[in-house]
Design a protein around this ligand. Structure first.
Ligand SMILES: C[S@@+](CC[C@H](N)C(=O)[O-])C[C@H]1O[C@@H](n2cnc3c(N)ncnc32)[C@H](O)[C@@H]1O
Length: 257
């Protein structure tokens, strides 16, 4: 069965479980993922973005920002939007764009803003750029597992909203990603974002099950992500690091040297 179909089937089953009964199996994280290597050649750096197809993306906002944030991760989308609006500038690089929801809803961006979208998935770039066409965004197809194009200009802000938890690997790979994005910033520029932590595990039973399943499938790679690890990764690459926690979500910001 294709990965997308299995994922959708799982989503449907878990959504059904909210109103009725919990799904039967508990998905365990296999040991090979718990010991994920930091060598990008030995980990699947595409699993976190290939689920976003032209038919699954239209469901994304509803599934993630409508349902999961509230019922699984206990962090309101409005809180994430406020964090985004607090840090975004009019010269912004959005990394891991999804459907472009935060950009679209931001009160701080207008047609005079310079917005660049970067993603490894062309479907996401197409969907987000169409949605915010009024901002005339530039798009860049690039995988965070590789060095970013040297032709990128310098930005005053860059966001990683709900991207880090999609990445495989451990601390050193996350540090590499933060470093790559930080190098796109002008001195004093702000790197900010939000990520779902794997530690402590979500309070709710359904959240724990969904997270374990996502980790098993490579959709998430956050089973070892804690606030201490995030603090360590960010402090290694940024100055004046700030982290705020709501539910299972860590919102973060820091400035480039
Ligand atoms: C969970 S979505 C977040 C979308 C959006 N920022 C939001 O908060 O709604 C993760 C995004 O990161 C992108 N992504 C995942 N892994 C990536 C990688 N290795 N390189 C670049 N983009 C990646 C996906 O294609 C997707 O657009």
């Amino acid at each position: 069965m294709p990965e997308q179909v299995r994922t959708l089937a799982f989503e449907a089953r878990t959504c059904y479980a909210v109103g009725c009964l919990f799904p039967q199996p508990v998905f365990e994280i296999p040991p090979r993922l718990l010991n994920a290597s930091t060598d990008p050649s030995s980990i699947d750096t595409d699993a976190g973005h290939r689920i976003y197809t032209s038919w699954s993306l239209p469901l994304y906002d509803l599934a993630v920002h409508g349902f999961s944030n509230r019922f699984l991760w206990h962090c309101r989308t409005a809180t994430l939007q406020a964090w985004f609006d607090r840090h975004v500038t009019d010269c912004h690089l959005d990394v891991g764009v999804g459907t472009g929801l935060f950009l679209d809803r931001s009160q701080r961006l207008n047609s005079a803003s310079q917005v660049t979208l970067l993603d490894a998935n062309q479907n996401c770039l197409n969907t987000a750029s169409k949605r915010i066409a009024r901002l005339q965004p530039t798009t860049v197809l690039a995988n965070l597992a590789q060095p970013l194009p040297s032709t990128l200009p310098r930005f005053r802000s860059a966001s990683l909203m709900y991207v880090l938890h999609c990445l495989p690997g451990d601390t050193s790979f996350r540090s590499e990603v933060i470093r790559r994005v930080a190098t796109t910033l002008e001195p004093g520029g702000i790197l900010f974002g939000a990520t779902i932590l794997g530690e402590p595990r979500p309070k709710g039973r359904l959240g724990r099950r969904v997270m374990a399943s996502y980790n098993r499938r490579g959709i998430f790679g956050n089973q070892n992500d804690s606030v201490d690890l995030l603090q360590k990764v960010l402090s290694g690459e940024l100055r004046a690091v700030e982290i705020a926690i709501e539910g299972s979500v860590a919102m973060f910001a820091g400035s480039a040297g």
